[in-house]
Design a protein around this ligand. Structure first.
Ligand code: ADP
Ligand code: MG
Length: 266
């Protein structure tokens, strides 16, 4: 069975692309096959994050009816599969995002998971991504502006009769005045199913055009993506006792380790 999940949230920079590729990498860690679809048709994202080379067939060619969707799937060295959008300005012309919903159906049976990386906002492209997902994962940051955008996205998803899987809160930071998880859940009337800390390892991985999950498997963000992937695929995940994190001081990380080692914390 193939689960087609759209990752969407409204706010630009919330971490949709980062989360799409890392959730796919984390699902791959659990032995699942995962394809990331770059639904940012005018401003491609996934290939920028993964540094994919110029490829012969893109999602645009499929939308234009020139190629079958199976011809546009590429394997990234991290193990995830990617359907990139074209980075050429010419390719953008005469592409109808509405067709996405229909061509996604052809991915059924080809992968365990298809993760659609939606565009920001709630315009035509984002709406096409929302319509194309059979399940919707809402992404937000722990701040009121992002949560407000997430709420609008949820309302729209519900109007379309979509199943909202839950909320992924990205870039949490105990040192900031984050909006508490309970308040986010209350405002969005949906459960939080993943919390990804703000982690410099993500930035390092982005700079190296790779996923944090494959580059820094024990980084706090990687552990959090694996926790989410385990939840989505009903797998057990034995978390590492020691989580590397570029944001914590060595002393903080050691204190975490001791607390966990003594069984004082999950
Ligand atoms: P979106 O696709 O929602 O516009 P991106 O995934 O491109 O957002 O992320 C925007 C920026 O935030 C990128 O530079 C990315 O490296 C950074 N980022 C995303 N998630 C995290 C995180 N958990 N910790 C640190 N940086 C992050
Ligand atoms: Mg993006």
């Amino acid at each position: 069975m193939t689960r087609i999940i759209t990752l969407i949230g409204g706010k630009g920079g919330a971490g949709k692309t980062t989360s799409a590729i890392n959730l796919a990498a984390a699902l791959t860690y659990f032995g699942k096959k995962a394809i990331v679809v770059d639904a940012n048709l005018t401003t491609p994202n996934v290939s920028l994050h993964l540094g994919s080379p110029i490829v012969p067939v893109t999602l645009h060619d499929v939308l234009k009816g020139r190629n079958h969707i199976t011809e546009s799937v590429y394997l990234h060295p991290s193990g995830i599969r990617v359907i990139p959008s074209s980075i050429s300005l010419n390719a953008i012309k005469n592409v109808d995002p509405e067709k996405l919903e229909y061509i996604m159906q052809d991915l059924h049976g080809l992968s365990d998971f298809v993760i659609i990386d939606a565009a920001a906002g709630l315009g035509r492209e984002a709406l096409a991504a929302l319509k194309s997902g059979e399940e919707i994962l809402i992404i937000t940051n722990p701040e009121i502006s992002a949560v407000t955008d997430a709420l609008k996205t949820i309302k729209l998803a519900e109007e379309l009769g979509k199943k909202v899987l839950g909320v992924l809160v990205n870039k949490t930071n105990p040192k900031n005045m984050d909006m508490p998880p309970d308040d986010i859940e209350a405002m969005l009337e949906n459960k939080i199913i993943g919390i990804i800390p703000e982690d410099r390892a993500v930035k390092f991985a982005t700079a190296r055009k790779d996923t944090v999950v494959s580059m820094y498997p024990n980084a706090a963000a990687s552990v959090a993506y694996k926790r989410l992937a385990a939840h989505l695929s009903n797998e057990n995940y034995d978390e590492p006792l020691y989580q590397e994190t570029a944001d914590k001081t060595v002393l903080e990380a050691m204190a975490d380790w001791v607390v966990k080692f003594l069984g004082l914390k999950d």
